[in-house]
Design a protein around this ligand. Structure first.
Ligand SMILES: [Zn+2]
Length: 178
């Protein structure tokens, strides 16, 4: 099963920059990725649910992939893509989470032509622990597609998002066991 979520929801816009709203971009990215997936193997967040409500509803198992989508934000010169995994998965570079995160980063960097900032541990995010990465799923990755605050990142994303999201869907399918 693939559990895919848009990171933010109706009452939580996420980052806002240059006229872009993170929530709208992540919802769109999620919806486009799902078009390339087999719907009977997909569970997604509902846009009226808070992240906590979604996390409590889902019960991902060993063979599942949990994938949460975000955009980064920073000063106008900051750019690139990165992925977060939980501390245990980060410590084991052979873990499926680390491998999938690495593949998502490399795919994004190649297709968008932006910097690969690499795979990071949850404790290097704004939070010491990221709930959605610790639900017991076989694979758990949080993807920061690119910087919403970077004009160039966003130009590249909007130009190439269909290619990018199709390839990302293929990566998710590869790591899903059942
Ligand atoms: Zn976010």
């Amino acid at each position: 099963m693939i559990f895919i979520s848009a990171g933010h929801h109706n009452t939580d816009p996420g980052a806002v920059s240059n006229g872009y709203i993170e929530r709208d971009l992540t919802k769109d990215a999620r919806n486009v990725i799902i078009q390339s997936l087999d719907l009977k193997n997909v569970i997604q967040d509902k846009d009226f649910e808070t992240n906590l409500q979604y996390q409590r509803r889902i019960k991902p198992g060993n063979g599942s992939v949990v994938f949460d989508i975000h955009f980064n934000s920073g000063p106008p010169t900051a750019g690139g893509t990165e992925c977060y995994v939980n501390q245990n998965d980060f410590a084991d570079k052979n873990s499926l989470s680390y491998k999938m995160a690495d593949e998502i980063c490399r795919t994004t960097s190649r297709i968008l032509g932006i910097r690969n900032r690499g795979v990071k541990s949850e404790n290097h995010s704004q939070h010491p622990r990221i709930g959605i990465l610790n639900l017991g799923s076989g694979v758990s990755v949080l993807w920061e597609i690119c910087f919403i605050s970077s004009v160039i990142n966003m130009q590249n994303y909007l130009q190439k998002k269909n290619d990018l999201l199709k390839e990302v869907a293929a990566v998710l399918k590869k790591y899903e066991i059942n």
